[in-house]
Design a protein around this ligand. Structure first.
Ligand code: AMP
Length: 193
């Protein structure tokens, strides 16, 4: 695994554990020689993650749209900051560069980014793992809701179980390395078209 893309809050959240987890993951990536791809910002958990990876000597690639640079949230300490024209271009580049995708605690932006790459995986557009780092149970209610989507016939169990869940960076990196993509189609009633 050469690079991992991390989606996470542009706010830092209420609990110190969120910052601690972002910093621990940044350090773990650097120590294992895995490059970080992320949204290129200096704010919130995003900045904590990037600073920790940089301080530990890791490779960090930030990809940020010009509009966010204009709002002065770009991380100017990055040797590799790629400025793109749109959120769509950013996500396409992130998806291309990374071998796995991880969401830490975050809000709508984090969820949207995770759900898009996970949907692409369900459709078979790529076979890279998608994961959440469930810091202090932050994602518990979302994971329960995802079980509900299976029970109600909107998602296959195999697709629900594709989402890797871990509560520490060490567990996360181990599970990502062991991941094998399922081969079932997205449609439960067998339609292929
Ligand atoms: P949120 O979870 O809503 O704070 O959104 C965080 C995610 O959306 C990150 O993974 C970024 O890719 C993107 N994003 C949202 N706000 C910013 C920001 N101020 N700077 C850079 N990226 C952001």
């Amino acid at each position: 695994m050469r690079r991992i893309c991390v989606f996470l809050g542009s706010n830092a959240g209420r609990r110190p554990a969120y910052r601690e987890a972002a910093a621990a993951l940044g350090r773990a990536l650097a120590e294992q020689g895995i490059g970080l791809v992320y949204g290129g910002s200096s704010v919130g958990l995003m900045g904590v993650l990037a600073d920790a990876a940089l301080a530990a000597g890791g490779e960090v690639i930030g990809i940020i749209p010009q509009r966010l640079v204009d709002k002065e949230v770009a991380h100017h300490g990055l040797a590799d900051l790629r400025i793109v024209t749109s959120m769509h271009e950013r996500k396409a580049q992130m998806a291309e560069l990374a071998d796995a995708f991880v969401a830490l605690p975050g809000g709508a932006g984090t969820l949207e980014e995770l759900f898009e790459v996970w949907t692409w995986a369900q459709l078979g557009n790529h076979t890279k793992p998608c994961a959440v780092l469930d810091v202090e149970g932050y994602y518990h209610s979302l994971l329960t809701f995802l079980d509900h989507t299976v029970e109600e016939g909107f998602m296959r169990r195999e697709h629900r179980d594709m989402l890797v869940v871990a509560d520490s960076p060490a567990e996360l990196l181990g599970k990502l390395a062991a991941y094998r993509a399922p081969t079932v189609t997205k449609w439960i009633d067998g339609h292929e078209r």
